[in-house]
Design a protein around this ligand. Structure first.
Ligand code: ZN
Length: 671
């Protein structure tokens, strides 16, 4: 009997046959698909013919088709519609898949074939895209350590395994510190807190098994508590506990773990032939070198601290008016900033929501894609994995482009957040395949469903990622769509958010659910201004963390990361009343795994680019300038990872991004 996942998909557009797939199919399908993939890999590695691009690199591209099918279906439902069985499967699959892919990237016979092609690359008569795929394949093997021999190879395995253990301990210690601490609140202590904070504090108390409300270290409780509680003593106590996570002494202390991680990363980079771990990590990024990252961050740091210092003066005065003397402290900032926000920018979310209907916002995102790229969207009636999912066929000039799936509503079976993934990525090899792209969000259901402004921005953001997948036009799947550098991948998504702010878009699509009236100008102006509030603080707390992350990995590992962190902050002139967004003992982005190590900067790198890229439209004659839209598609949205990110940006913009548009957008310099 053929497993329904591995059978031919005879559904419209060859969508996954969700209705036929049972949870019992996943484990046998995965085993069968991994075995098939291994057999393909072994055959490529053992080929007795001399290596050629076709029998090695293209053969690797074509391998694993069944595995792709299984993983795309499984991870779609495991993320968006899970159940205990799927959770159990996911726990079982993760280590299996990690081992499967690690074995391929350290396969010496396979690597020697790729290395042989790499040595002969100039004589192979490759297209530009083929040369790029060969380079990426070779680089991937080298970075994984496939070229190491003997003692160096053995040491690399030791380091990798020790780093995995340390990363897990770091995460578990952090969770333990977050779980163990809470602060009881009396009924009097609830004074000044909005209902949603009171409700959350009571629910947290129940969860802890105590009689009454508590403050915990979960960001969703501690941050609003610091914003709204007038009790300075309680704010201080909570803030100190929050920032001590991972640094409380005893078994859950993360400081020595962080030091060992940094030392091992540096050794790993040097074994692979790099000067520092930052050089190793940034090699694959658009930024490329630590110096370029530091330059960009410092260009933002200076105006941000100037703004933060000016804001601190205003907040200090407000505090003194409250009869509190002495300097403004870190546990005071959010409280007085919230008071100031209310006075200067109060925005009534309840009055705003009726203007942001989900269906109208979907229409708006489609309409912008139509004006910019000529895409058309027709609803499709196809069975998917959940009745809330909707699908559209995307065409251009009558030609099929993609299938787009939207799964918008929150439910218990969906993980939090919002994301975009390709259930099938665009490719032309070994056969032409059109993309199937899904956006998953967590909006509240309603009749009609209404969004907050943040929700609407999320919708545009994820749709920007979807365009990057749908407009992809490359040959090889390994470089298609969003397969680009980490510090480049948020450009299309963050850039697309700008179209939500175009006045004519809101005027047409932000219409009142009952009256049909467009959003009043005054409300629109408030929405846009509120988004820029307290950017001095937010920029400073983020950039401080990014600069410390970079310093940790650039050059020899610090003997004591806490000393290094303190030196860095002193050198930078960190404002007294602002803490790092993440300090070392709880900086999970950097220490739980190495995904964002010397990469925490990348959020800001992308934001610099999206602001600069949208400015290109404004300079050219407006948000819908046809020439700019074509340049964006030709050089960024259709090109995937087929060229260096910097070259793609240069081709679109004619120059590298500058920070001015970001600083203006954040209100840190005059517009
Ligand atoms: Zn994103």
């Amino acid at each position: 009997m053929t497993n329904s996942i591995l059978s031919d998909w005879t559904t419209p557009f060859e969508l996954a046959p969700f209705a036929q797939i049972s949870d019992d199919d996943f484990a046998p399908a995965l085993d069968q698909a991994m075995a098939a993939h291994n057999a393909e890999i072994d055959a490529i590695a053992a080929n007795t013919e001399a290596p050629s691009f076709a029998n090695t690199v293209e053969a690797l591209e074509a391998a694993g088709e069944d595995l792709n099918k299984v993983l795309s279906v499984f991870f779609t439902v495991a993320g968006a519609d899970s159940n205990p069985k799927r959770e159990e499967l996911q726990r079982a699959f993760s280590p299996k898949l990690a081992a499967h892919f690690a074995a391929i990237s350290s396969n010496k016979a396979l690597f020697s074939r790729v290395a042989d092609l790499w040595d002969r690359r100039d004589g192979l008569d490759l297209t530009e895209e083929q040369a790029r795929v060969l380079m990426l394949s070779h680089r991937g093997f080298v970075r994984a350590g496939a070229a190491l021999e003997g003692d160096a190879d053995a040491r690399m395995q030791e380091i990798k395994s020790r780093l995995a253990t340390l990363g897990t301990s770091f995460t578990q210690n952090l969770l333990a510190d977050e779980r163990d601490w809470y602060m009881d609140l009396s009924e009097d202590d609830l004074h000044g807190l909005p209902d949603f904070v009171v409700d959350a504090a009571r629910a947290a108390g129940k969860e802890k098994g105590v009689d009454g409300p508590v403050v915990t270290l979960s960001r969703s409780i501690i941050v609003p508590f610091l914003q709204f509680s007038p009790r300075r003593d309680l704010r201080e106590k909570a803030y100190r506990a929050w920032t001590a996570r991972g640094a409380n002494g005893g078994e859950t202390d993360n400081r020595e773990i962080a030091a060992e991680i940094l030392t091992l990363r540096q050794e790993r980079a040097q074994l692979l032939g790099y000067d520092s771990f930052a050089d190793y990590k940034l090699e694959t990024e658009m930024a490329r070198t630590p110096g370029r990252v530091r330059d960009l961050l410092m260009q933002v740091w200076e105006p941000a601290t100037a703004q933060a210092d000016a804001d601190a003066e205003v907040l200090t005065e407000m505090m003194q008016d409250d009869g509190v003397n002495g300097p403004l402290e870190a546990w005071d900032w959010r409280y007085y900033a919230e008071k100031r926000r209310k006075a200067e920018h109060d925005l009534d979310e309840a009055a705003l929501k009726p203007y942001l209907q989900l269906d109208r916002m979907i229409e708006a995102s489609f309409a912008c894609a139509n004006r910019l790229f000529g895409l058309e969207f027709a609803p499709l009636d196809v069975p998917l994995y959940h009745p809330d999912c909707r699908a559209w066929e995307v065409t251009r000039n009558g030609q099929h482009v993609a299938v787009f799936i939207g799964d918008y509503f929150a439910r218990g079976s969906k993980r939090s957040g919002a994301w975009c993934s390709a259930m099938r990525a665009q490719a032309k090899f070994p056969k032409v395949q059109a993309p199937v792209v899904i956006n998953v969000c967590n909006f509240a259901k309603g009749d009609p469903a209404l969004l907050s402004y943040d929700d609407a921005r999320t919708l545009f953001h994820e749709f920007g990622h979807a365009l990057h997948q749908m407009l992809s036009n490359v040959t090889y799947e390994s470089i298609s769509g969003t397969s680009v550098a980490r510090d480049f991948v948020e450009l299309p998504s963050q850039l697309y958010e700008h179209w939500l702010e175009v006045p004519e878009v809101l005027a047409e699509y932000a219409t009142h659910a009952e009256t049909g009236e467009p959003m009043p100008q005054e409300m629109l102006a408030k929405v846009l201004n509120a988004a820029n509030f307290d950017q001095g603080f937010q920029t400073v707390e983020y950039v401080a963390s990014a600069l410390v992350d970079l310093a940790f990995h650039d050059g020899a590992a610090p003997a004591d990361p806490m000393v290094k962190q303190a030196e860095m902050l002193a050198e930078l002139g960190m404002p007294h009343a602002i803490g790092m967004r993440h300090a070392t003992p709880h900086f999970a982005h950097v220490f739980a795994g190495d995904g964002y190590s010397s990469g925490y900067y990348s959020y800001m790198w992308s934001e610099v680019m999206d602001a600069d890229a949208f400015a290109a439209f404004e300079e050219a004659g407006g948000a819908f300038d046809a020439e700019r839209a074509k340049a964006l598609e030709d050089n960024i949205l259709s090109t995937g990872g087929s060229r260096e990110a910097e070259d793609l940006y240069l081709a679109f913009r004619g120059r590298l991004p500058g920070v001015e548009a970001l600083l203006k957008g954040r209100g840190l310099i005059a517009a």
